[in-house]
Design a protein around this ligand. Structure first.
Ligand code: GTP
Ligand code: MG
Length: 248
């Protein structure tokens, strides 16, 4: 029988509000403004996922779908960051990188193709974490304006259905990053205390079992706040970003 596992964030305080970390067999979403640590958290969890269960890991491989709308720029995945984070946890950097399947999506259709491809790897391999960094960026580039919103949401729904299926079928934690709307106050729905709300509308809100708002705190501090959780109260935790990844 499949059992839900929790993958640590790298920060004890952050883990505590999550009841141990981000869960397998469901979809979690972190959203927040630029530089709040969404991609760094993705990298940290890509390493921790590989650790033994008693150290906050899930003893599993990782698929990382990063986004880059421009062919000329790198995606969001940085192998050199994985190397540093692996060292913090005493893992062999080369081996750690080998356990991460990285793909760069250049448009939303490609993102779906890559998801289908990595899902095939899950059949015969022990993958425990699937990262989508970021879920809405390419959809927002490909579908612009009110007139295309219906079609965008339809395609997004297909993508999220596949993610839900993959999470449950293969006991994988799906971890998505998301952006915030640039016009806070446009709608109070889904808005955090400070007015920031994720993009993606009702369809994304419905698909994410766990939703976390990330924001900058005092100095180097960052704050995570639970917005939505099946079993945890709406608490806050602080964390920092270090060369070894997310930490207390
Ligand atoms: P966007 O993708 O732009 O929306 O931002 P994000 O939320 O993904 O931010 P990201 O995870 O890229 O975090 C960026 C922050 O991490 C910056 O404040 C960097 O200074 C910090 N950071 C990145 N790498 C390192 C590192 O090696 N050491 C330390 N100390 N900080 C780092
Ligand atoms: Mg990022």
């Amino acid at each position: 029988r499949k059992r839900v596992l929790k993958i640590s964030t790298g920060s004890k305080q952050f883990d505590a509000i999550l009841g141990g970390g981000f869960a397998t067999m469901s979809i979690s979403e972190v959203f927040g403004e630029f530089r709040c640590g969404k991609t760094q958290l993705s990298h940290t969890m890509s390493v921790i996922s590989q650790l033994p269960k008693d150290l906050g890991g899930a003893e599993g491989k990782v698929a990382f779908i990063g986004e880059s709308a421009s062919l000329n720029t790198e995606g969001t995945f940085r192998p050199e960051r994985i190397t540093q984070i692996a060292e913090r946890f005493g893992l062999d950097p080369e081996q750690t990188l080998e356990n991460i399947t990285y793909a760069r999506a250049v448009n939303s259709e490609h993102q779906m193709e890559l998801l289908n491809k990595v899902a095939e790897y899950f059949v015969n391999n022990e993958y425990r974490l699937l990262i989508i960094d970021s879920i809405m960026a390419l959809f927002r580039v490909d579908y612009v304006g009110r007139g295309e919103l219906n079609e965008r949401q339809q395609k997004l729904n297909q993508f999220l259905s596949k993610l839900t299926h993959v999470a449950e079928e293969f006991n994988v934690a799906v971890f998505m990053t998301n952006q915030v709307q640039s016009d806070p106050g446009a709608s109070a729905l889904f808005a955090g205390a400070d007015g920031r709300k994720p993009v993606g509308g009702h369809i994304l809100a419905h698909a994410s079992a766990t939703r976390i708002l990330l924001r900058k705190g005092r100095g180097e501090e960052r704050v995570a706040k639970i917005q939505d959780s099946p079993d945890m109260p709406e608490k806050e935790a602080t964390y920092i970003i270090t060369s070894g990844g997310i930490n207390d």
